[in-house]
Ligand binder design. Structure first.
Ligand SMILES: [Zn+2]
Length: 252
C-alpha cells in the first residue's frame, strides 16, 4: 500500500502490525551520465517493488528525497540537508506513523551519506518507543555477499554512479542514463590502504573526503561495466532480501 494513495477511512482500517517503510534518499550529482535524482529513484523503485510484491502487507511512506550530501556540494545541482534537519524530518515521519498506531518500521536508505544519521535515528527511536520495532537497511549492505559475484569491476568499482547504480537505472529507467557520457573509472585520487572502500567492501578506518577529492568527474567506480541485465539481477536480489526483512517485522 502507498500511504499517499489511500483515503483516510481506508487508512483507518489498516492492520497496525503492518510494517511501515520509510524510503530515504538524496538529490545530488551522479557523475556525467546519471540524473541528480538517482538515489531517490532507486529508493522509490525498491519501495514500489516491495509494494507490488507484498500488497496489503506493507505500507510505504512518502520518500524523504533530500538527504545529507554536504560532501557533494562542490558539484552543480546537489542539494543537502544538515544532519540535524535530516534526522528531525525522518524522526517526525516515523513518529507521525507511530501516533497512528503503527509499531513496525523499516527505514530504506539509498545514500551512503545518510548512514550515520540513520544509525542515530535507529538508536534514538528504538529507545524512545519500546513497543515498536525499527530496522534500517541500506540496500547494498542488505545483500553484500549475494551481490559480490555480479561485481566485474573489482575493488573500488562500486561506489557512486558506479557499476551497480548505473545498472539499476539501465534496468528500470533506461531513458535517464546518458549512455554516451559513461566513461571509464574515475578514481583519480587513492589515499590510504586502510581508507579505501566501496559499496561491497567497507573500509577498516573511516577517512573524510569530499566527493571532489575522491573523483574529479563525480563518478566513483566503474560504470563501463554496467548493464540492464545486471541491474535486474541486483534488483531481484535486493528485493528478495528486503521482502524478507519486512515479512519478519510483521511477525511481532
Ligand atoms: Zn547514488
Amino acid at each position: 500500500m502507498n500511504w499517499q494513495e489511500l483515503s483516510s477511512p481506508e487508512f483507518g482500517a489498516i492492520d497496525r502490525a503492518t510494517p511501515v517503510v520509510l524510503p530515504v534518499a538524496a538529490v545530488e550529482q551522479h557523475g556525467p551520465h546519471l540524473p541528480l535524482a538517482t538515489d531517490r529513484m532507486i529508493a522509490e523503485f525498491f519501495a514500489e517493488q516491495l509494494n507490488a510484491r507484498l500488497g496489503s502487507s506493507v505500507l510505504v511512506l512518502p520518500t524523504v528525497a533530500v538527504g545529507c550530501s554536504e560532501h557533494h556540494m562542490d558539484f552543480p545541482g546537489s542539494l543537502t540537508l544538515t544532519h540535524e534537519t535530516f534526522a528531525s524530518v525522518c524522526e517526525q515521519y516515523l513518529t507521525s506513523a507511530q501516533r497512528h498506531g503503527f509499531r513496525n518500521f523499516l527505514v530504506l536508505n539509498a545514500h551512503g551519506g545518510n548512514r550515520g544519521v540513520c544509525q542515530v535515528l535507529l538508536e534514538k527511536f528504538g529507545a524512545a518507543y519500546h513497543e515498536c520495532q525499527i530496522a534500517v537497511a541500506s540496500w547494498w549492505r542488505t545483500v553484500t555477499e549475494a551481490l559480490a559475484p555480479l561485481n566485474e569491476s573489482g575493488p573500488g568499482g562500486v561506489g557512486h554512479a558506479c557499476e551497480f547504480e548505473t545498472s539499476l537505472l539501465m534496468h528500470f529507467a533506461p531513458k535517464s542514463v546518458r549512455m554516451d557520457a559513461i566513461g571509464p573509472r574515475a578514481n583519480d585520487m587513492p589515499t590510504y590502504d586502510w581508507a579505501e572502500e566501496d559499496l561491497l567492501r567497507p573500509s577498516r578506518v573511516s577517512l573524510y573526503r569530499s566527493m571532489k577529492q575522491i573523483s574529479l568527474n563525480g563518478a566513483w567506480g566503474d560504470p563501463t561495466k554496467a548493464s540492464a541485465a545486471k541491474g535486474k539481477a541486483i534488483a531481484d536480489i535486493v528485493c528478495d532480501a528486503l521482502g524478507g526483512v519486512v515479512a519478519d517485522l510483521a511477525k511481532k
